[in-house]
Design a protein around this ligand. Structure first.
Ligand code: CAO
Length: 416
C-alpha cells in the first residue's frame, strides 16, 4: 500500500523546485495532477533539449509518476475546471513568481473559499522582506542563502555547488511541510498555508556555517586548514576548500591516473581514533609515537604535510583500491564518483536510486529514483506524462463530467 494513496495534489508547479516536491509526493503514492499552460506546458519541456521535439531530460527527470492536463487559467472555462479540481484536492502546490497566483485569482483567501480544507503550498525565492518580489533561480538562492560565500578556496571567489540545494533542496523542505500540514489536518480538520522560500531552505542547509560565524567570536576555528597555516581569520565564516568541516580533518587526494582522469581522487579523513592505522598503511609508523604527530592538536599545524604524505601513497592506488584497503581498517574515505560512474553503479541500481525509465517518444533513459526508502511503501518510478495526456481522464474520472460537458470544455479555449 502506498503511503499517500488517496491524497490528491494539484500540481501547479514548473521548472525545478516545485516539481521535485510533487514528484516525491507522487512516489509516495499521491495522485498528482500537473496543470500546464496549453501549447508548450512547463517551460522545461523544451529547455536543454537533447532530441528535437521530445520532452527534455530536464522535464522528464523531474516529473515522473504525474498526470498532465493543459488548462488556460486566463480563460473562463479553464478557471471553472481549475475550481472544480480545487474542490476535489487536498493540496495545491505552486511556485510562480511573487504575486502571480494572486493575479490569477487563487491566493490563499480565494482558494480557501473554494475548499476550506485545502493546503496551499508555495515556493518563492525570498520570504517577506526587501527581496520578497524578486524572481529567483537556483544560483541566486545559493548566493543569498550563504552557501556561495562559504564554498570555494580561501584565495578564490565565491562558488556555487553542483548539488541543487536551492531548487531540489527547497522542494524537499516543501514536501515535508505538506505532509506535516496533512497530518495536522487529520486532527484540526483545517487546511493551512505552507510557505518555503529558497533562501530559507539554503540558510537551513548552511546551519553549520552560521555556527562557525558565532564561534569566531571566541577565537580562530582550529579545524579549518587556514588555522594550521597561520592565516588570520576575518569576522565571518571563510571559504574552506575541501576541509572536512567537522572535528576530523579531511581533504581530497589524488589517486593513480589523476593526470588524465579528472575524477581520480579520494576523500580521506584522518579520524583521530584510527591515526595509528593511517600511519601504518602509508608506511609512517614513526608518526604514531612522535609527540609532534601523535595527538590531533599537535597535528593541526602540519595538516598540509600530512595530507601531502598520504597523497604520495594514494597516488600509487586507484580510488577504489584506496577505499578497499582503508575501509576494513575503519579509516573513513570515499571515492570521488563521476556522473558516468553513478549512472552505472550497480548498488545504486539495485536499491532503485538509479533507474532506467522507458518513455514512448524518447525511449530509454536513466534517472534518479526515490532517495527515501519506506519499507511499506515502495516507490516505483513511472515515466513523466506527455503534455495534456490526461485531459480526458481527469475530466471524466476525477471531475465526473459527462460527455457533453467534456466536449464543451474541449471546444472552449480552456485546453488549447
Ligand atoms: N494558464 C494561464 N497562464 C499561465 C499558466 C496557465 N496554465 N501558467 C502560467 N501562466 C502565466 C502566469 O499567470 C504568469 O503570467 P502573468 O505574469 O501575466 O501573471 C506567467 O505565466 C509567468 O509565470 P511566472 O511569473 O511564474 O514565470 P516567469 O517565467 O516569469 O518566472 C520563475 C519564472 C521561476 C523565476 C518564477 O516563477 C519564480 O520566481 N518562482 C518562485 C521561485 C522558484 O520556484 N524558483 C525556482 C525555479 S527553478 O530554478
Amino acid at each position: 500500500m502506498e503511503a499517500l494513496k488517496g491524497v490528491n495534489i494539484l500540481d501547479f508547479t514548473h521548472v525545478q523546485s516545485g516539481p521535485t516536491c510533487t514528484q516525491l509526493l507522487a512516489w509516495f503514492g499521491a495522485n498528482v495532477i500537473k496543470i500546464e499552460r496549453p501549447g508548450g506546458g512547463d517551460i522545461t519541456r523544451s529547455q536543454l533539449r537533447d532530441i528535437e521535439e521530445v520532452d527534455s531530460l530536464y522535464f522528464t527527470m523531474l516529473n515522473h509518476n504525474k498526470k498532465s492536463i493543459t488548462l488556460n487559467i486566463k480563460d473562463k472555462s479553464g478557471k471553472e475546471v481549475l475550481e472544480d479540481l480545487i474542490k476535489k484536492s487536498d493540496v495545491f502546490v505552486e511556485n510562480f513568481a511573487p504575486g502571480t497566483i494572486e493575479r490569477m485569482g487563487y491566493g490563499w483567501d480565494e482558494i480557501q473559499k473554494i475548499n476550506p480544507k485545502i493546503i496551499l503550498a508555495s515556493v518563492k525565492g525570498f520570504g517577506p522582506g526587501p527581496y520578497e518580489d524578486c524572481k529567483v533561480y537556483e544560483n541566486i538562492a545559493q548566493c543569498a542563502g550563504g552557501a556561495a560565500s562559504t564554498t570555494g578556496f580561501l584565495d578564490g571567489p565565491p562558488l556555487v555547488t553542483g548539488a541543487q540545494i536551492g531548487d531540489s533542496g527547497t522542494g524537499l523542505h516543501l514536501a515535508l511541510g505538506i505532509v506535516t500540514a496533512l497530518f495536522q489536518r487529520e486532527k484540526s480538520g483545517k487546511g493551512q498555508r505552507v510557505d518555503v522560500s529558497m533562501q530559507d531552505g539554503v540558510v537551513n542547509l548552511c546551519r553549520v556555517k552560521l555556527r562557525d560565524y558565532q564561534r569566531l567570536k571566541s577565537g580562530p576555528l582550529n579545524e579549518y586548514s587556514q588555522y594550521g597555516k597561520g592565516i588570520p581569520f576575518t569576522d565571518t565564516t571563510p571559504r574552506s576548500g575541501n576541509d572536512s568541516g567537522g572535528g576530523q580533518p579531511g581533504w581530497i587526494l589524488k589517486c593513480k591516473g589523476w593526470e588524465n582522469d579528472p575524477d581520480a581522487y579520494v576523500y580521506f579523513i584522518t579520524q583521530a581514533p584510527v591515526w595509528d592505522k593511517i600511519c601504518r598503511v602509508i608506511g609512517k609508523e614513526e608518526w604514531i609515537e612522535d609527540q609532534g604527530y601523535s595527538s590531533p592538536k599537535a597535528r593541526l599545524d602540519k595538516l598540509e604535510l600530512i595530507f601531502n604524505t598520504i597523497e604520495e601513497w594514494t597516488k600509487t592506488k586507484s580510488k577504489y583500491d584506496v577505499v578497499s584497503i582503508c575501509d576494513p581498517l575503519g579509516i573513513p574515505c570515499g571515492p570521488i564518483l563521476s556522473m558516468k560512474e553513478i549512472a552505472n553503479d550497480q548498488s545504486l541500481k539495485d536499491t532503485g536510486t538509479i533507474v532506467e525509465v522507458d518513455h514512448p517518444v524518447r525511449g530509454k533513459y536513466i534517472s534518479v529514483g526515490c532517495p527515501i526508502k519506506l519499507s511499506d511503501s515502495k516507490a516505483e518510478v513511472s515515466r513523466s506524462p506527455l503534455l495534456g495526456e490526461h485531459n480526458d481522464e481527469v475530466l471524466r474520472d476525477i471531475l465526473n463530467y459527462d460527455e457533453d460537458k467534456i466536449n464543451k470544455v474541449k471546444q472552449s479555449d480552456a485546453m488549447k
